[in-house]
Design a protein. Structure first.
Ligand code: PHE
Ligand code: NA
Length: 495
């Protein structure tokens, strides 16, 4: 039976979907504090370097792979070589793992959207988040405690929206959702920013973000942070963009689409940085504290500091819901893309209908994600997120670069993209893919492995690190290899 592959309905539709994937929680809460922690304005140098040397070439490469090979990551890689299918599955597993914890953060954001109308998080937003909301007690990543129904419910809602989009399909579901969500998100952020920058102290906050600390530029951890952030923020290296571009129509301007996606995403990150730091500057002035004392990193930024700042804002019942709705929309459009990466891989492999694959993937994903709706959910999330981002994702990107840059003819990819595109990309593309990015990634990955091996992470028990960190990554790899070895040839899978 031959079924024609689905297609995006229009070029803006595809770009909005790709941008919807790229712009996510990572832009709104992760980027601002990373920039802040890693040298403020000076962080932009490594960040822009990583964007140009890794982000743009990677995006062009993945759009080309998807367009040319017409498959989700496992099929795309298996068409490049029968021994490469495992890489696609490894990436799909990264996507699947991120999907199940990312949806928990969307769930929290939905809850906080509700609280924001009346600021029912109270004045001690720290105690509220950790003790009252998450109910984090004497837990650990392996002692999770009980399911928290007030976290389960918003997660059900998030899964419901994702499921509806995936189940309906590329054009009618994902593209339609992106066309509503992305303009809405841009409007909300523009609305927020135009109000917030006029608050007293806002400019001090913004200056603080951009004030460069050049001593940080020679610090390798800053470069590592910049590269790690670029892959995560652009959704490259974990099966998403290959899946999305496998639905591109024959005639598609790959180079242009890739540049637009990267630039809109990074522009959005900087805009969110301005927004968050304007609010922090206002808060610092209001409380007569230095800004360093009001900033928190990690989940605390969005769920502790921002609520505290919203308490102080004029018309908090408007600005608060706008902020959390923006967070929810940004998160959902990314969650849709990451579930699509898994679903389309299942469709390719098992020849299931989209409806069946979507139901099974979302059903299993929902069940597993419940682990993050427990008392210890945050700790499990923190541990798994660390290993996925700092080990699995970087390793996956490095292997992809080596495979494409060294085992195959990378100039073919450039020619393919240039043939389809209005403007051509030059030799620099090959230099980035073959040399600059893999060298940077290899150094960063080796450093991360060494550090994590010796120091562990976050003070978690060795047994937890072994099972839920190293063990999880190893299991993903082993299962991917088993699927590859037992696989039929790609032509037989063609369906
Ligand atoms: N690019 C997303 C972000 O910045 C990362 C992501 C994509 C996470 C898809 C989950 C799903 O948040
Ligand atoms: Na992003």
């Amino acid at each position: 039976m031959f079924m024609k592959r689905e297609q995006w309905g229009s070029r803006p539709g595809f770009i909005l979907a790709a941008v919807g994937s790229a712009i996510g929680l990572g832009n709104i809460w992760r980027f601002p504090y990373m920039a802040y922690e890693n040298g403020g304005g000076a962080f932009f140098i490594p960040y822009l370097f990583a964007m140009i040397s890794a982000g743009i070439p990677f995006m062009i490469m993945e759009f080309t792979l998807g367009h040319k090979l017409r498959g989700a990551a496992p099929r795309a890689f298996s068409k490049l070589g029968v021994k490469l299918e495992w890489l696609g599955w490894f990436q799909v597993f990264i996507a699947a793992v991120i999907a199940v914890y990312y949806v928990a953060i969307i769930g929290w954001a939905i809850s906080y959207l509700g609280y924001s109308f009346t600021q029912s998080w109270g004045t001690d937003t720290n105690a509220f988040f950790f003790s009252e909301y998450l109910q984090l007690g004497e837990n650990s990543p392996s002692k999770l405690g009980n399911l928290q129904m007030h976290i389960v419910l918003p997660m059900v809602l998030a899964w419901g929206i994702t499921f509806a989009a995936i189940f309906t399909g590329i054009k009618g579901g994902i593209e339609r959702a992106s066309k509503i969500m992305m303009p809405l998100l841009f409007l909300m952020v523009i609305g927020l920013i135009t109000r917030v920058v006029f608050l007293p102290g806002a400019l001090d906050g913004i200056n603080y973000l951009f004030e460069p600390d050049f001593s940080k530029i020679t610090d390798p951890t800053v470069w590592s942070a910049a590269y790690g952030q670029i892959f995560f923020t652009l959704s490259v290296g974990f099966a998403i963009m290959i899946a999305y571009s496998s639905y591109l129509p024959e005639k598609s301007d790959i180079n242009n689409n890739a540049f637009m996606t990267v630039l809109i995403n990074c522009g959005f990150s900087i805009t969110s940085g301005v927004l968050i730091f304007a609010v922090l500057g206002y808060m610092a002035q209001d409380q007569a504290k230095p800004i360093t004392e009001v900033v928190t990193a990690g989940v605390g930024l969005a769920f502790v500091t921002i609520p505290a700042a919203i308490n102080l804002l004029p018309a908090p019942y408007i600005l608060g819901p706008l902020f959390f709705l923006a967070l929810v929309v940004a998160g959902l459009s990314s969650h849709i893309s990451i579930i699509e990466a898994v679903t389309s891989a299942v469709i390719d492999k098992l020849n299931w209908s989209r409806k069946k694959a979507a139901s099974v993937v979302c059903g299993v994903g929902f069940a597993v994600s419940m682990a993050f709706a427990t008392n210890g959910g945050l700790l499990l999330l923190d541990l798994v997120d660390y290993f996925i981002n700092n080990v699995a994702l970087l390793a996956s990107c490095l292997v992809e670069l080596i495979v494409i840059g060294w085992l195959l003819k990378i100039s073919d990819i450039r020619d393919y993209a240039n043939d389809l595109s209005d403007f051509s990309i030059g030799k620099w593309f090959e230099i980035c893919i073959r040399f600059i990015s893999p060298i940077m990634l290899a150094v960063i990955l080796a450093t991360n492995l060494w550090k994590t091996f010796n120091e562990g992470y976050g003070g978690y028990e060795m047994s937890d690190l072994l099972m839920l960190g190293w063990g999880l990554v190893a299991a993903m790899f082993v299962v991917a290899v088993i699927i590859n070895v037992t696989s039929k040839s790609p032509s037989q899978q063609e369906g």
